[in-house]
Design a protein around this ligand. Structure first.
Ligand code: BGC
Length: 381
């Protein structure tokens, strides 16, 4: 696949040259000889740009077409880095990603390297550098810090390696840059605003719309993921917004970061219940791992979900969906790791075949309530 990568790099360079020349801002790599006048230099520059762009366009179209038939999954190498292995949801995701690449797309297991970023951006960046040096054909990256996407994308661009970011979304400016500069970088994920809204709706669908004690307001605690992560930000904001949009008054008693972690979810919920006791009507958790922890604290405090307290999470971990079925959680939201893994792998292949890819690719979330929990559970098996 080495030849192919080179072809893609050429394609990328020419796209950039063309787009830059089009807006009159193409940069020169070489400087003119000192004796030439500015006008001469300018004329030479323009000519050189036109030639380069035209030549590159010709070569690229042919090369990309040739390369399209060149894709062979069985000799293609993939570098995958997960922000940390010790994350329930990302463990499901990476297992499915590898299964899909091997079983459905024909990649060889030994050509897929999956590394653990261990929650440390410096460590993960080193791993990515090594992937680049070893010349993998495509990268699928779940960044520790989405804010490092610009530097990593530039390194991938220089090496001519397409990159598919998953799960932790880089910011809009960066995604727009990929499109504007014709970079082979893309994001596959879910719009976390939707999951937050679904959580709020699940509370609104209860008999008393979350106002268990009938005092005219919904008093809640919020257990957040990593607040740097847009999933945590949006779920926090939109779960509550769904309530206020529906005309409910809300009362935030407590909001703390649990970093997506079950043990932290348990500790924080325990702290909040100790501090606010019966006042707590709703426990919003940005993910299911923390909701499982929250449930332990709720049960330890002698409270009963769906009777004197509501509890919602996101992800649809098997255990959480079972809890919804058993009435121990009010609801969760299916963060479809199977559809996301499939999309990420399919898009990686699109790049390798020289096909165009959109900069942002979103998969839908799905509400999980007692009505459909069994169906979701069956789909997860
Ligand atoms: C999931 C969390 C997970 C996080 C990792 C989120 O989309 O809901 O469970 O910990 O991604 O970035």
């Amino acid at each position: 696949m080495k030849l192919f990568k080179k072809v893609m790099a050429v394609g990328l360079a020419s796209t950039m040259v063309l787009s830059m020349a089009a807006c009159g801002g193409a940069e020169k790599e070489t400087t003119a000889a000192p004796a030439t006048t500015a006008a001469e230099t300018k004329a030479e520059e323009t000519k050189a740009e036109e030639t380069t762009a035209a030549e590159a366009a010709e070569t690229t179209a042919a090369e990309v077409a040739a390369a399209a038939g060149d894709f062979d999954a069985s000799n293609t190498t993939v570098g995958i880095s997960i922000y940390k292995f010790d994350d329930n949801f990302m463990t499901l995701y990476r297992t499915e990603l590898e299964r899909y690449l091997v079983e459905e797309l024909g990649f060889k297991k030994e050509n897929i390297t999956i590394q653990d970023g261990k929650g440390d951006q410096a460590e993960q960046s080193n791993q990515i550098d090594n992937f680049i040096t070893s010349g993998v054909d495509v990268l699928i990256l779940n960044l520790v810090q989405a804010s490092s996407a610009p530097q990593i994308t530039d390194k991938c661009k220089d090496a001519g390696i397409p990159v598919v970011y998953i799960n932790r979304e880089p910011d809009v400016d960066e995604e727009e840059r990929w499109k504007a500069e014709g970079l082979q970088a893309t994001y596959v994920g879910c719009d976390a605003r939707q999951s937050g809204t679904f959580q709020g709706e699940e509370i609104l669908e209860t008999a008393n719309k979350g106002d268990i004690n009938g005092d005219g307001k919904v008093s809640y605690i919020m257990i957040q993921g990593d607040p740097e992560n847009v999933d945590a930000q949006y779920r926090t904001e939109f779960s509550v917004k769904a309530l206020t949009d529906a005309g409910m008054e809300v009362n935030e008693l407590f909001k703390q970061r649990g970093d997506w972690d079950q043990a932290k979810g348990q500790q924080l919920t325990q702290d909040a219940l100790t501090q606010f006791g019966e006042e707590v009507e709703v426990v919003f958790c940005n993910n299911d791992a923390m909701a499982l922890g929250a449930l332990q604290a709720i049960e330890a405090a002698g409270r009963k979900v769906n009777e004197d307290i509501y509890l919602v999470g996101v992800d649809a971990l098997t255990e959480a969906v079972q809890n919804v079925l058993d009435g121990k959680m009010t609801g969760t939201v299916f963060n479809d790791h199977m559809a996301q893994a499939k999309a990420a792998a399919d898009i990686a292949v699109q790049y390798l075949k020289g096909e165009a890819v959109e900069p942002v690719n979103m998969v839908d979330y799905r509400k999980v309530t007692p009505d459909n929990a069994q169906e979701v559970l069956d789909a997860l098996k």
